[in-house]
Design a protein around this ligand. Sequence first.
Ligand SMILES: [Zn+2]
Length: 202
Amino acid sequence: MGVHPKESTAQNIENIKRQIGEIAAIYDWDMEVNTTDPEFYKWTQWIFVQMFKKGLAYEKQMPINWCPSCKTGLANEEVVNGKCERCGADVTKKNLRQWMLKITENTDRLLGDLDKLDWPEKFKKMQAEWIGKNHGAEVDFKLEDRDEAITVYTTRPDTLHAATFMVLAPQHKLAAELATDETYHCPKKTMVYTPSLIWKFI
Ligand SMILES: [Zn+2]
């Protein structure tokens, strides 16, 4: 739009507030939170620095939704039926170095302290499900003629003896390397970016 986002954002906020006033909706503006205000986000940055110092923030390659036409990452909500909401192009996955927060380190505390919150039960339940604690094992499957192994997390290691194959996600770092004519398997033509694999156990 040729306008600095700082200016357009401030204008949009003013506009929305004017409209809210015009429909006579009642809000306590003393309680307003503006996440684009440096006075607000200096604290989210401060929290991040504290987590970084404690080793709870780390960088990792993680796949994101990628629109090759807009050349931008997309939130799940911006992907409609596998297509970019903005331009309609097929959305692919792209590995990107991203900051992650190690919430798993504090799972017990996060779950335990939910009881202290004066929240409706359904929100507490949603929060607990988001934290998603479960018990399981990581099992290494050795690859034929290679040193690497594929690590699989399972909550049911007792059922492993019945397993006959595994599926490797297309974004797995070994997927492109391991693909052969026999193991290459691509359910959706539009997703041809990196191959997904069906890998027989050895
Ligand atoms: Zn797009």
